[in-house]
Design a binder for this molecule. Structure first.
Ligand SMILES: [Zn+2]
Length: 282
């Protein structure tokens, strides 16, 4: 049976630093039953992101990689973010559908990236419950456990929640038609990590020649909200990288920029590791 995730732990010296890639899963479960062609559904993925950060464990950071596809169940949404229009029968748990759900991209996506309905039928509530239990909960349990373990051991922990984004906002985004920066950092307006941490990551990427935006258009969603409590020395930052820096957005095939980005992300993780060591010593 396929695992929901792989947790790549450092082989040598470890740091209280975790990276997670919730949206790069490529294992499409047989019961997905999506209506549009697979290549359309795959436009929801942050394809290659876990691989791009693959050197992180050698640098002392743990890397948690989801295997399930984001469009099937989205690990960066809350369990209450459910679109009842998707369901054939009532949902017994609390509901708090947000703006993303209204746009068709809640916990389970109702629409594909191109706006086509994801399903030719309504889903049974039991199907949704099974997706949550089989894929979503194990991923979150692994992330919770790793962060708690490191926080207990070191008294502080840092999380980089790793994503990729289309180069230009589509009509359902907050910035339709606008070309994005190379990286967008999201700390939910300074609430999920120490402001100096966001500034450090921005400056490190800026020093490599990248254009960096903060909280525009992505402020960070459920994972950084859930794990970011800077007063408890739990720092969480969402990192979005522009897909055209490393792949063809239509075919998902790595482009000539992939190797450079991979090397720069290793430099970023190494720099963050140095920052973390300094904060532990301080
Ligand atoms: Zn993502």
């Amino acid at each position: 049976m396929t695992e929901a995730f792989t947790l790549h732990r450092p082989a040598g010296e470890a740091l209280p630093l975790v990276l997670d890639s919730p949206h790069s899963g490529e294992l499409y479960p047989d019961d997905f039953d999506h209506a549009p062609p697979r290549e359309v559904v795959r436009q929801a993925e942050d394809t290659h992101v876990a691989r791009l950060y693959g050197r992180a464990p050698a640098l002392g950071a743990a890397l948690l990689e989801a295997h399930f596809p984001r469009a099937y169940i989205d690990a960066n949404r809350s369990l209450a973010d459910i679109d009842t229009e998707l369901l054939a029968d009532p949902w017994s748990e609390p509901l708090a559908p947000g703006r993303k759900t209204a746009q068709g991209i809640g916990l389970v996506w109702r629409l594909a990236r191109d706006g086509r309905p994801m399903y030719g039928r309504r889903l049974a509530a039991a199907e949704l419950a099974a997706r949550i239990d089989r894929w979503y909960r194990p991923y979150h349990a692994a992330l919770d456990a790793e962060l708690d373990r490191l926080h207990r051991a070191y008294g502080a922990v840092w999380l980089l929640d790793c994503h990729s984004m289309p180069a230009v906002g589509d009509e359902r985004s907050d910035d339709p038609g606008r070309e994005r920066a190379d990286f967008v950092l999201g700390d939910r307006d300074g609430t999920t990590c120490a402001p100096e941490f966001t500034a450090f990551v921005a400056a490190t990427l800026g020093g490599m020649g990248y254009r960096v935006a903060v909280n525009d258009p992505y402020k960070g969603v459920e994972i950084v909200r859930r794990h970011g409590r800077p007063a408890e020395r739990r720092h969480s930052l969402q990192v979005e990288v522009k897909r055209t820096l490393y792949m063809d957005e239509a075919t998902l095939v790595p482009n000539e920029g992939y190797a450079r980005l991979e090397a720069d992300l290793a430099r970023l993780v190494a720099a963050v590791g140095t920052h973390v060591r300094g904060r532990l010593a301080g």
